[in-house]
Write a protein that binds this ligand. Structure first.
Ligand SMILES: CSCC[C@H](NC=O)C(=O)O
Ligand SMILES: [Zn+2]
Ligand SMILES: [Zn+2]
Length: 424
């Protein structure tokens, strides 16, 4: 049937995008750019490629609205994906294999090539239905989110091009939901990358003594692990959501005295260090955390030092990530909820995104930005082996964006440009 043909074309286009290897650290942005421009052409959208940083192209598409004086809508997605351990996947990460259940396996199937293509497919459907937007719709495809977004979303957000776009609301990525409720994100946790170092007198491997580098470091690691467990327990007990607790995860551990035959075994080393990925909710007390690091986890009294390799980047002056309002003071929030429901989607409680995304670059400008990836009844597999998305779920998401784009581009705030009768 024509409907089945159209659906299989939609899935084929998604597969083509998934097959482009845009994996860090050497993404093929040339191919992804060519692909996106060809999609844009077939949709008769205006397009430009912005290269604020050499070889880091931003593809910016535009569907002009009938009232350019109204603030525009920006739908953002990143084009890069994280690396994969190919041998540990059931199906190759750039093969976009579809199994008997209709699950599409590929790196980026959830994070977040799905969303980028869903934006375009929603536009395709709206255009063929004869819809005309009042507000201008922009769709941006940015590089390098997975490594911080500095050459991508950050460059776009701070550009003159962006000022001229007069953006009023940004949508960006969210996370899959294992249950029937879609997840909406209004903020994100701050990322602190902490390295703690210890030193102590070296000594014979057979000697018990205090203040060795290893002992000093491990006292801290033990204490940090207890704190980590206390935070994780709150999540496990259902008292707090993942984005509402402080997470600590050890990223590396480094010490020992190397020799040509391996590490020296009977020598206690004089230096040791550990690195931690720490994620902190916007409402957490940053001062008290910093104090604990300085006084308990890296105290000078135990010959310890610490340094941050990245700390609350692209947040406010106090290092706090900015949040978007989720109440009636933010009409975009209400509109989004209504549009999702109109497309038969269910929504859970608003959440803080547990990691970092490009949305923070837009929130930093004072703009509302909402994280949303329409994937319900889907295991959370971003950055994992065997990342997949079911094709029926992918197709549902397109209908949801169709509803959102319709609502967002048609919205006229009563106060400014709406029919003045609304106010009377
Ligand atoms: C802190 S900048 C790195 C951004 C990265 N984003 C997705 O995983 C993250 O680690 O959250
Ligand atoms: Zn992502
Ligand atoms: Zn990611």
């Amino acid at each position: 049937s024509p409907i089945q043909d159209e659906q299989s074309n939609i899935i084929s286009r998604f597969q083509l995008y998934l097959q482009i290897n845009t994996s860090q650290p050497s993404p093929d942005y040339h191919k992804s750019t060519q692909f996106l421009l060809s999609q844009s052409l077939s949709l008769s959208l205006e397009s430009q490629v912005l290269e604020f940083v050499h070889r880091k192209p931003i593809v910016l598409l535009k569907w002009p609205g009938s009232d350019p004086s109204l603030p525009s809508i920006l739908l953002n997605s990143h084009t890069d994906v994280v690396p994969s351990e190919h041998s540990k996947w059931l199906h190759p990460p750039f093969g976009s294999h579809i199994d008997e259940q209709g699950n599409i396996f590929a790196r980026g199937s959830q994070d977040m090539k799905c969303v980028g293509m869903q934006y375009l497919e929603a536009v395709r459907k709206l255009k063929s239905s004869g819809f005309h937007p009042k507000r201008t719709l922009y769709i941006s495809f940015v590089p390098d989110e997975e490594i911080g977004g500095f050459a991508g979303a950050q460059k776009l957000a701070s550009s003159d091009v962006f000022k001229d776009m007069n953006v009023g609301i940004v949508l960006d990525e969210g996370l899959a939901s294992p249950n029937e409720n879609y997840r909406l994100f209004y903020g994100e946790r701050a990322a602190w990358m902490l390295v703690i170092k210890s030193s102590g007198a070296p000594g014979h491997g057979a000697k018990l003594y205090d203040n060795s580098a290893m002992e000093n470091l491990f006292m801290s690691i033990e204490s940090i692990r207890r704190f980590r467990a206390s935070q994780f327990d709150l999540v496990k007990a259902g008292v707090k959501a993942e984005g509402e607790v402080i997470s600590f995860n050890m990223a590396f551990l480094k010490s020992g005295t190397p020799s040509p035959t391996g590490f020296v075994m009977n020598l206690q080393p004089s230096e040791a260090e550990a690195g931690f990925d720490i994620r902190i909710p916007p409402m957490a007390n940053l001062e008290s955390l910093e104090k604990r690091i300085a006084e308990e986890w890296a105290p000078a009294s135990r010959n310890m030092t610490f340094e941050f390799r990245g700390k609350g980047i692209l947040h406010d002056d106090l290092g706090r990530p900015l949040v978007t309002a989720t109440d009636s003071s933010n009409p975009w929030w209400t509109l989004l909820e209504e549009a999702i429901k109109q497309a038969n989607g269910k929504i859970g409680k608003p959440e803080i995104f547990p990691a970092s995304t490009d949305a923070r670059s837009f929130r930093l400008l004072g703009l509302p930005a909402i994280g949303f990836s329409p994937m319900a009844n889907t295991p959370i597999l971003l950055h994992d082996h065997n990342e997949f998305l079911n094709q029926a779920e992918y197709l549902k998401g397109i209908d949801v964006y169709e509803s959102i784009i319709r609502a967002y581009t048609s919205y006229t705030s009563p106060g400014r440009h709406g029919d003045s009768r609304d106010e009377l």
